[in-house]
Design a protein around this ligand. Structure first.
Ligand SMILES: [Zn+2]
Length: 222
């Protein structure tokens, strides 16, 4: 997209969305942000968190990086800082790690030999090298297309495990103040799948399930 088109978009935003949501922006400017969800996803341009979730400004604290990776604690950087800030200061109640289909980063995790010209990317994706081991040990007989999907899913699950190693995350999980979710966005269909720890697989996050969940939550309320 040409930069000129982006500038045109800014004008259109100011005349349209901003004008109709002026009060929301004023409130956010005066009262500050209070997002309840930390959303960790890939830098891929086809994944647009606010668009796919319908979240408004102020709803999501977003971290994007190559491969939606949660690095180990020894690799201090932007992602680790955002996780610490979101949990310690913003006190988010949910953390979502959202991977996506056709992820070039996940493909590169499986084929690191292709990254010789990209030493920084290679170093970064090494944080997710366990995904390759899991694929080799547990899913050796998959067809390439299935292997690609499973790798995306296993990458999300690995990053959720990394999250649990962060002291600010584990403390809140133990206290019951935080929930971790693993999602995969399917670019071709627009569907979002969530890891179901009971079924031990990714299941469609559909409107029907959301209604069911809401009614179950309501029923559980005193
Ligand atoms: Zn990606």
């Amino acid at each position: 997209m040409e930069l000129r088109k982006l500038v045109k978009g800014i004008h259109s935003f100011q005349r349209g969305f901003f004008t109709t949501h002026k009060e929301l922006f004023e409130k956010l400017a005066t009262e500050g942000q209070n997002p309840e969800t930390l959303f960790i996803t890939c830098s891929d341009s086809r994944v647009v968190p606010n668009l796919i979730t319908g979240a408004a400004p102020g709803d999501l604290f977003i971290v994007r990086n190559v491969g939606n990776i949660v690095p180990g604690l020894t690799l201090a950087g932007g992602t680790a800082a955002a996780i610490e800030y979101a949990t310690e200061v913003l006190e988010v109640k949910d953390i979502v790690v959202c991977g996506h289909t056709q992820c070039g980063a996940v493909e590169a995790i499986l084929n690191p030999e292709k990254l010789s010209a990209l030493p920084t990317v290679k170093r970064w994706l090494a944080e997710a090298s366990t995904v390759r081991d899991i694929l080799d040990h547990r899913y050796g007989d998959l067809l390439p297309a299935e292997r690609a999907i499973v790798a995306v899913e296993e990458n999300v699950l690995s990053q959720l495990e990394h999250l649990r190693e962060y002291p600010s995350v584990s403390t809140r999980l133990e206290a019951g103040n935080l929930k971790l979710s693993g999602w995969v966005f399917d670019i071709a269909t627009g569907q979002v799948f969530e890891f179901d720890p009971v079924e031990m697989q990714f299941v469609p996050l559909s409107a029907a399930e959301e209604a069911d969940r809401t009614s179950r939550t309501a029923a559980a309320m005193p």
